[in-house]
Design a protein around this ligand. Structure first.
Ligand SMILES: Nc1ncnc2c1ncn2[C@@H]1O[C@H](COP(=O)(O)OP(=O)(O)OP(=O)(O)O)[C@@H](O)[C@H]1O
Ligand SMILES: [Mg+2]
Length: 321
């Protein structure tokens, strides 16, 4: 038996009546059992299309796609028994309480009344919602709702869980709560495929990340590998006087088109190959030229920079920063 919980080879999908191009254009992906895999991409990249195909809600035009050892087209029913799905839009009944919602979900999934009640209780506890289980969902905060959504997607104890943008629209606190819940899941052996537009979210939660753009994977690896792929470390220099940015850029011994300048933050950023030599060299060069630096730091590239470099556009990266 394969170690992969999810295998996607050359997945293709074009919506009929859609605006033209394919939503999935030969997408490849492998997710090992018991890991969290992040699918990171901008609006329209094909993330939801991929999740809907994996969850057997949509048929691919072509490709070999297996979830939990079963083909999503030929063995859709077997796949359905083994998966949970947290969609991009919540599926809760606003008027019902959290506990009632979970029990209802359990009954819809053919758990007996007693089993559904027990499972609802377990999940409320696990997601720290026991105290508010009686409250109507419309009174819940965004983070609580999303945790309840997550609980509902786990009613059937799925082997593989799909989370489609689980924290989009949440404030930082709600996001942190959901992250905590996702982390606690993985300890239990569940395989998670998570889509997100937030670079930080993929960085925080995912063991591996596939960067998706226009229906294809443009890069994949661990967050560190992706960052390394765009050429190692960077040096950031914040000057006391923005007027000296031009002088500082001229001093740096790297190709000028590799340097980015942010005038508002009095910041310039450049790639380096040898960390310590670069640091010493930059400090000395600035001093000799009388350019006063407020802060100098070496750092790994951010996923924003990886994304910009690999896709050639950074609309999403800016928003997510
Ligand atoms: N039901 C549909 N009919 C026609 N075209 C669609 C349909 N659903 C999605 N598309 C198109 O397919 C492409 C991929 O969309 P998809 O929803 O998979 O992207 P996404 O990565 O989930 O985006 P978002 O981050 O906005 O949720 C887009 O060009 C979209 O306009
Ligand atoms: Mg989507």
């Amino acid at each position: 038996m394969s170690d992969a919980a999810i295998t996607v080879e050359e997945a293709r999908k074009t919506y009929r009546g859609g605006s033209g191009g394919p939503a999935l254009d030969g997408l490849d992906l492998t997710v090992a059992r018991g890991t969290v895999h992040g699918v990171l991409g901008p609006n329209g990249a094909g993330k939801t299309t991929l999740v809907r195909i994996l969850a057997t809600l949509l048929r691919p035009d072509a490709g070999r796609i297996e979830v939990a050892g079963h083909d999503v087209v030929r063995e859709a029913y077997a796949v359905r028994l083994r998966i949970g799905l947290l969609g991009q839009h919540a599926a809760l009944d606003e008027e019902l309480g959290g506990r009632q919602n979970l029990e209802l979900f359990g009954r819809l999934h053919h758990l007996g009344a007693r089993r559904a009640r027990a499972r609802a209780g377990e999940l409320l506890e696990r997601f720290e919602l026991s105290g508010t289980g009686h409250k109507a969902v419309k009174q819940y905060s965004g983070g609580m709702r999303r945790r309840l959504d997550l609980a509902a997607s786990l009613i059937t104890e799925p082997e593989v869980l799909f989370l489609d943008e689980p924290t989009t629209g949440l404030d930082p606190r709600g996001r942190a709560e959901v992250w905590e819940s996702v982390r606690s899941l993985v300890g239990g052996g569940t395989t998670v495929l998570l889509t997100t537009q937030y670079l930080e979210e993929a960085d925080q939660l995912a063991d591996r990340i596939s960067l998706v753009d226009a229906g294809r994977v443009v890069a994949d690896g661990t967050a560190d590998e992706l960052k390394a792929a765009i050429g190692g470390d960077r040096i950031d220099v914040v000057l006391r006087d923005a007027g000296q940015l031009g002088t500082a850029v001229a001093l740096l011994p790297v190709p000028k088109d590799a340097i980015t300048v942010d005038t508002d933050r009095r910041l310039l950023s450049a790639p380096v190959t040898d960390r310590m030599a670069a640091l010493a060299g930059v400090v000395r060069a600035l001093e000799e030229a009388g350019v006063e630096a407020e802060d100098i730091a070496l750092r790994r590239p951010t996923l924003d920079e990886v994304f910009l470099r690999l896709t050639g556009h950074d609309d999403r990266a800016k928003e997510a920063a």
